[in-house]
Ligand binder design. Structure first.
Ligand SMILES: Cc1cc2nc3c(=O)[nH]c(=O)nc-3n(C[C@H](O)[C@H](O)[C@H](O)COP(=O)(O)OP(=O)(O)OC[C@H]3O[C@@H](n4cnc5c(N)ncnc54)[C@H](O)[C@@H]3O)c2cc1C
Length: 220
């Protein structure tokens, strides 16, 4: 048992993934902020395996479920903001399409490709998500990574994380709690047109409303 208000036992994971399959999580936590996340980790029984679930758009959960602690980043990890320098900072749980749309509305270019990827910022950093001629490594300045074992925060660049084609050196103990992206100043109307065009292309070329996790095979 993990005695914390953000933790529930035996939670069905299938509804939280795009494939809609899989068993239950022994423990399921939705911490609202970094303080709660650290509390939950400190209360977990020793040797509990920890897995972060983003928006579930790139995972297949076994029917046997996960005999450990599954963490879904809650409230404050959804925040997206823009700094005076134009950098966009987003919580690890923020939806990528939301990051793209907000950046465009602020006249900040370079993040439009995120609109077509139905994952979270944390999931994007973990696998260097990309498309439409860009990827996370290309736009990310740095990410804050919480080591779930030591509960230490580290600020890492794309180079530190060895972001490559749909891969990084992050493992299950690592939780991406925030990432900051470089942007360029641009006209909001042009950026919103770009977003509409990417959305139109996706609808025309990729089936929507089906149970899938995007590309399953590696791009040759
Ligand atoms: C219709 C469709 C289209 C897609 N198109 C693209 C595309 O164009 N380009 C592309 O790159 N991908 C695409 N994908 C795949 C997917 O959206 C991306 O891989 C996305 O980055 C996964 O993010 P997620 O939050 O859903 O991760 P999840 O599926 O929840 O998790 C995937 C992995 O990331 C880890 N993870 C999740 N959150 C965190 C975190 N905060 N910290 C550390 N690790 C974390 C998980 O533990 C797991 O190992 C598509 C998927 C679908 C369903």
């Amino acid at each position: 048992m993990i005695d914390h208000p953000s933790v529930r036992d035996n939670v069905q994971l299938a509804p939280l993934t795009t494939y809609k399959v899989g068993g239950t999580a022994r423990f399921f936590a939705e911490p609202g902020d970094l303080g709660e996340l650290r509390e939950v980790l400190s209360l977990a029984p020793p040797d509990t395996s920890v897995v972060v679930l983003g928006r579930g758009s790139n995972v297949v959960v076994s029917e046997r479920g996960i005999d450990g602690l599954v963490i879904k980043l809650g409230r404050s990890f959804q925040a997206v903001s823009v700094g005076d320098d134009g950098d966009v900072t987003a919580g690890g749980g923020a939806a990528l399409p939301k990051v793209a749309r907000l950046a465009a509305s602020w006249g900040r270019g370079g993040l439009g490709f995120f609109v077509g990827i139905p994952g979270s910022v944390g999931g994007a950093v973990r696998m260097n998500a990309g498309g439409h001629g860009s990827d996370t490594a290309h736009v990310m300045r740095h990410a804050l990574i919480l080591d779930s074992t030591t509960r230490q925060l580290t600020r890492s660049t794309p180079r530190d994380l060895e972001l490559g084609y749909r891969c990084s050196n992050l493992g299950d103990p690592d939780i991406v709690v925030q990432a900051t992206f470089a942007t360029t100043e641009a006209d909001t109307d042009i950026l919103e047109d770009e977003i509409r065009e990417i959305t139109r292309w996706r609808k025309a070329n990729q089936p929507g409303g089906t149970l899938n996790a995007g590309s399953v095979f590696k791009n040759p």
